[in-house]
Design a protein around this ligand. Sequence first.
Ligand SMILES: [Zn+2]
Length: 179
Amino acid sequence: MAAAALVLVTACAPEPPTGPPGGVAPAGAPPTGTSAPVSGDGSIPKNESISVHDTGHVGIANLDPGLLAAVQKATVDAQARGVELRVTSGWRSKDYQQRLLDEAIALYRSEEEALRWVHPPEKSKHVTGEAIDIGPTNAADWLIRNGADYGLCQAYANEMWHFELLTTPGGECPQPIAN
Ligand SMILES: [Zn+2]
């Protein structure tokens, strides 16, 4: 055991101190690990939101890179016009998506009604990282009007906050589907 550990340490030694994470942080490294592994189910508490630049949150980190880049760009442009885009939901684990569906079924006392609002895990674009929910209302409204410049479109008529990459930047968004 001790010998194996010693070999492991020795094998790591030639790495320069500025190399990839994995070993002991070199002196002078940022106090909070910018390279800390992100984990979790992607949940964001109700009535709370996070920044689309918060890539330390797994709900942001696991988003499709194209979607993330588009929303980050839109966020910067919106901010220049006095509108703050916040993320109320991004990537979700399958378990988290199922939990949201279970909660909706309990709330509506109807699976059929719940499914109008919450997709099952195998159907949700949040689980694949291809959807993002934006708030508050004025921010979602801004993105509905300007999102196509970034390829971002409102996907569902009954969810003004839910956006997906559905066109090319500067293209035209398809008509939102009912639900
Ligand atoms: Zn959504």
